[in-house]
Design a protein around this ligand. Structure first.
Ligand code: CMP
Length: 139
């Protein structure tokens, strides 16, 4: 299996609920390795840029409002098949539909406030990691 990297964001709802540690533990217990980590309060332009692909969606305004509400923790994760592995660990976008033992089932509230983000494909992962971390900050 190929070693991959993916971007994880612990979203403002999970940071507010003091779930950073619990989420990082689930990530590490799943065999994913934290290669970069930073806490940041996203500005509106940074959040809009990150979610530009969703600009036309009806929930875009709500999404940006939420993601700028408080600080987030951004991480670059590495491991075998990391992109799909982390998506499986996150669970469905809607926490009500997420499987047992997933981050969103344990820590998400609803489809907007769903605790975590993860890259959806190799190209996205590369771009999303570069959006937050210069190469020398990924260890
Ligand atoms: P994320 O993986 O961060 O990528 C886009 C986000 O949009 C997604 O997680 C959800 O949190 C959010 N999202 C998707 N659908 C809705 C919706 N119907 N209302 C609000 N937010 C949504």
């Amino acid at each position: 299996m190929a070693t991959e990297r993916t971007l994880s964001i612990v979203k403002p709802d999970a940071v507010e609920k003091h779930r950073i540690g619990a989420i990082v533990k689930m990530i590490e217990d799943a065999g994913l390795v934290v290669k970069a980590m930073r806490m940041v309060h996203l500005s509106r332009p940074v959040a809009e840029g990150f979610y530009a692909v969703h600009k036309a969606r009806p929930f875009f305004g709500e999404l940006v409002e939420f993601m700028t509400r408080g600080p987030v923790v951004v991480m670059a994760l590495e491991g075998d098949n990391a992109i799909q592995k982390y998506r499986d660990l996150m669970g469905a976008t809607d926490p009500a539909k997420a499987a047992e033992n997933t981050i969103r089932k344990a820590h998400g509230a609803n489809v907007g406030e769903n605790a975590v983000h993860g890259s959806d494909a190799a190209e996205t992962a590369k771009n999303e990691i570069a959006y937050f971390f210069p190469g020398h900050e990924v260890f």
